[in-house]
Design a protein around this ligand. Structure first.
Ligand code: NAP
Length: 244
């Protein structure tokens, strides 16, 4: 069986490909969102309890190989997989989509983390904040700006004092993002460098309106064999799972 550490569109695509190829596959989800999109094949939901417990789970379920297809900003589970797989003596592949690419006309400011993003917002700004539900406390002290906070599920406090919550789930298109920017008088967009086609429309919309974008860099990662596309991961996992 192949274990996919999931929570991304790429993980779902990979699970679908393996399932279609007749390779037994289980996708593991953290259980963060209330109504997750479930991939084909088996799924399990919830943390493993750290690297040792993950190694035990791999062993117990006779996992042949692990694909870490978690989100580029999900640091702890990736680090856990990088420790657990050698311990359980199974190969590990990291599937990580490429980051966003800056284009002519973009006005991006790169920052190290969410605190850096909060610090880069100018007083009085009207912000489209798309960094997700976690870590919003970093923006909580910015009483001098207004935030349109967009995320899938309701975030926990603390949140910035002046904000409106928009619960939504991509994919988004440019027309919709332009309408959102115009309707709320947005003058800066804040995003993580998540990459991928489902959420890139906000960057095209910002370029079209000449708006600055504050982009949070991806966290540094351990050395793990990495591919950026689902088809390469599928080939690797099929081989590891001995596809017919
Ligand atoms: P994280 O900080 O790396 O993970 C925190 C803990 O949650 C891990 O230590 C692990 O618990 C558990 N966990 C995370 N992903 C898991 C998975 N796929 N299966 C089983 N347990 C998992 O991750 P996060 O940033 O909270 O993200 C949680 C999930 O949401 C990830 O699977 C990720 O792919 C998805 N996601 C994250 C973001 C983001 O911006 N961070 C965006 C979209 C989707 P144990 O130590 O107990 O095993």
């Amino acid at each position: 069986m192949i274990l996919i550490l999931g929570g991304t569109a790429e993980a779902r695509e990979l699970a679908a490909g393996l399932h279609a190829a007749g390779v037994p596959v289980t996708t593991s989800l953290a259980g963060r969102v209330s109504n997750p999109r479930l991939p084909p094949g088996h799924t399990r939901i919830g943390g493993f309890g750290g690297p040792d417990a993950l190694a035990g789970w791999i062993d117990e379920h006779r996992v042949r190989a692990v694909v870490d297809a978690t989100h580029p900003f999900a640091e702890r589970i990736s680090s856990s997989a990088a420790r657990a797989c050698p311990q359980a003596n199974v190969p590990l592949l990291r599937l990580e989509r490429p980051g966003y690419r800056e284009r002519e006309g973009d006005r991006w400011q790169w920052v190290q983390d969410l605190a850096g993003a909060a610090g880069a917002i100018t007083a009085g700004a009207r912000v489209l904040l798309t960094t997700g539900r976690q870590g919003l406390a970093a923006f909580a002290s910015r009483d001098d700006a207004w935030f349109l906070v967009r995320c899938v599920d309701p975030p926990s406090p603390p949140l910035p004092r002046h904000h409106e919550l928009l619960l939504d789930r991509g994919p988004y298109d440019i027309a919709g993002e332009l309408a959102l920017i115009d309707e709320h008088g947005i003058d800066v967009v804040v995003t993580k460098d998540s990459g991928g086609p489902h959420t890139v429309a906000k960057l095209h919309a910002a370029r079209e309106r000449g708006l600055p974008v504050i982009v949070v860099r991806r966290p540094p990662r351990r050395e793990t064999a990495t591919v950026t596309g689902v088809s390469a991961a599928l080939r690797w996992a099929c081989e590891a799972g001995r596809c017919p």
